[in-house]
Design a protein around this ligand. Structure first.
Ligand code: ACO
Length: 323
């Protein structure tokens, strides 16, 4: 089996900043409520950019960071639940934009755990020799599927994308990846696709493609599954949680991170946090955080990191990385 390393990262968020005060002009909410319940102060919201736009610009930055040519990429996997089209896939749109004409391209749907799922696919493709260099992206424009009159959801999310280049290597990089799902929790977080209005259908109430969520149950799910994800990432390694320099969790809620750090007895300072600036960017959140850490020089060669994602489906996953 080949070893696999992350050799570059990139990210992209829209320029437009929407603060909690902006939202209090739209729905009955306040900066105090949002900040104290979630840790979010502001988020980025598109003014017209699409999921493929954000994904492509994150990809270009990752390619530059890795110092490779787009033609070197032989696999593009985009994790998204807000694609621009049912077809073509977002991955094909990215391929065209970045001119990575040698790649096989497809999307995966695993909500906020999507980047970990995509990372696992890239990891397995390279391990088994099917691919040499993979571009893995998490990208979501959640603002287009929010009900902007529902204060219990619209304040939580932002738009963004992050990308990583994986490559076959002599050295260990990705040490383990773990994923899981539980369809029994399907209705805790939903966003329907288009309804069927064909002339032979009896469907009358066509669903609207907006997010609905059972916040309390999702909170319970996340704070239960994240500790398991951390344990699973470490399970087959010789490392313990104390060896880990940073835990890069899906940025859903700062309070969730506090609960998880207490449950696991891990110093909260080890949990990287940028939710105050971006909100929950769904599949974009983990790679966006990872890229920020990389660009800010926080990651030194040999550092151990655990990535954790969890979201609708229900879906979850984690990865143990040696930088
Ligand atoms: N502003 C003001 N009041 C609000 C708002 C708002 N934006 N949203 C809800 N409220 C009200 C509710 O109506 C409720 O009022 P009531 O008591 O009069 O009925 C009150 O605030 C309390 O609501 P709770 O739901 O009890 O608040 P809670 O402390 O549970 O926090 C929250 C809500 C932040 C959504 C929390 O449940 C949570 O974070 N859940 C996880 C959801 C999540 O992270 N989802 C992300 C997507 S999934 C993922 O990424 C894994």
């Amino acid at each position: 089996m080949n070893e696999v390393q992350i050799i570059g990262t990139g990210s992209s968020v829209p320029d437009q900043i929407i603060t909690n005060d902006h939202l209090s002009n739209i729905v009955d909410t306040s900066d105090e409520w949002i900040s104290s319940r979630t840790g979010i102060k502001e988020r980025r919201i598109v003014k017209g950019e699409t999921t493929a736009n954000l994904a492509s610009s994150a990809a270009k930055r990752a390619i530059e960071d890795a110092g490779i040519s787009p033609e070197d990429i032989d696999l593009i996997v985009v994790a998204t639940m807000t694609p621009d089209y049912f077809m073509p896939s977002t991955a094909c749109l990215v391929q065209k934009e970045i001119k990575a004409h040698n790649a096989t391209c497809f999307d995966v749907s695993a909500a906020c755990a999507g980047f970990i799922y995509a990372l696992n696919i890239g990891f397995q493709f390279i391990r088994t020799g099917q691919s040499n260099t993979a571009l893995i992206i998490g990208a979501d424009v959640y603002s287009k599927i929010l009900d902007w009159s529902d204060r219990s959801t619209c304040v939580l999310f932002g738009d963004g994308a992050g990308a990583a280049i994986l490559q076959k290597s002599q050295n260990k990089g990705i040490l383990s990846v773990y994923t899981g799902s539980d369809g029994r929790g399907d209705m805790l977080l939903t966003c329907p696709a288009v309804g069927n209005s064909n002339p032979f259908s009896s469907e009358v109430n066509l669903p609207k493609s907006v997010v609905s969520m059972n916040g309390k149950e999702v909170f319970r799910f996340a704070t239960t599954i994240a500790p398991k994800c951390i344990e699973e990432a470490l399970k087959h390694s010789s490392y313990t949680k104390d060896h880990i320099k940073y835990y890069v969790l899906h940025q859903a809620n700062a309070r969730m991170m506090e609960v998880i750090s207490k449950k696991m007895n891990i110093d909260i300072e080890k949990f990287y946090k940028n939710i105050e600036r971006y909100g929950n960017t769904c599949a974009g959140s983990v790679p966006l955080a990872l890229d920020e850490m990389n660009q800010n020089g926080l990651l030194k060669k040999g550092d151990l990191l655990v990535l954790v994602g969890f979201g609708g489906g229900l879906t979850w996953g984690s990865a143990l990385l040696q930088w």
